[in-house]
Design a protein around this ligand. Sequence first.
Ligand code: NAP
Length: 283
Amino acid sequence: MTKRLGIFGYPLHHSLSPLFQQAALDALGIDARFEGWPTPPEKFAEAVEGLRADDCLGCCITLPHKEAALELVDELDAAAEKIGAINTIVNSGGRLKGYNTDAPGFIRGLRESAGFEPEGKSVLVLGAGGAARGIVYALREAGVSRMAIANRTEERAQALARDMSRARFRPDAMSLSIDQLANFAPYADLIVNATSMGMRGSSAVEESPVPPELISGSALCYDAVYVPPMTPFLEAGEDAGAQIAGGLSMLIYQGAEGFKLWTGQDAPVDVMFDAIPPTMRSV
Ligand code: NAP
């Protein structure tokens, strides 16, 4: 029986997951189809129930369902519970378990594609949504020395900093208002854009969350956004003379973690990267 996998999101037109996941399944000769499943919020709970079918291995989850999905699975992986968002569900005999693979995917991309070791570094994360939750958790686990979170809606940054500071990690994450960015950004070794600013389809597609004058020339600017590959935030980083990296590595490595969970096999990451059209590849 051909197995089914897919990605839930709404809208879903920017997703590259079906392309690179199918390439990986085909490369390993796994009889499965990876599909795009555009699903509005009001249909999401019913659609997740459908994952329990015998022919379904599980799914990926993207915007805007990552937090809603927490309530719909039978079990949560321990890290996903702390992060408070899931992007992967595995179906084992009708039982659904939720995982957050954004966190390990981000760190692997940071280390292997951007060549950046976060341990002991000072980091600024912009955004406090589902992606930021995984990124903040992963950076704290990796042993950063200072961590600040800034978000348009300040209460969300405060809540994220509070949630993560309750976990067993040091140091505490602090929240900043956007007006306070100048007090931290110029001293950050790593600045991560985990907002949707700059993303195709966003109302802020032409805006950067940080201006170039607040970015140190010795920093790395990492943008979780991967469509388009070059964003206003990365342009600001380039103008400041900083190193820049787009979000494709996080996308591929979070997908590789999911692939292993669904199939039990290591994902062929080279095949996944090669499946991305050259015009979509990150800097
Ligand atoms: P989300 O939960 O909807 O959060 C969106 C975040 O962006 C919030 O912090 C929001 O601030 C902020 N934001 C949205 N519009 C803004 C604007 N006009 N000005 C300032 N801030 C704004 O989304 P998400 O799942 O975290 O995703 C965020 C981004 O990360 C998306 O671009 C997504 O494509 C990307 N992402 C990439 C990967 C990858 O593998 N590379 C994985 C996951 C996500 P408020 O709280 O104030 O609304």
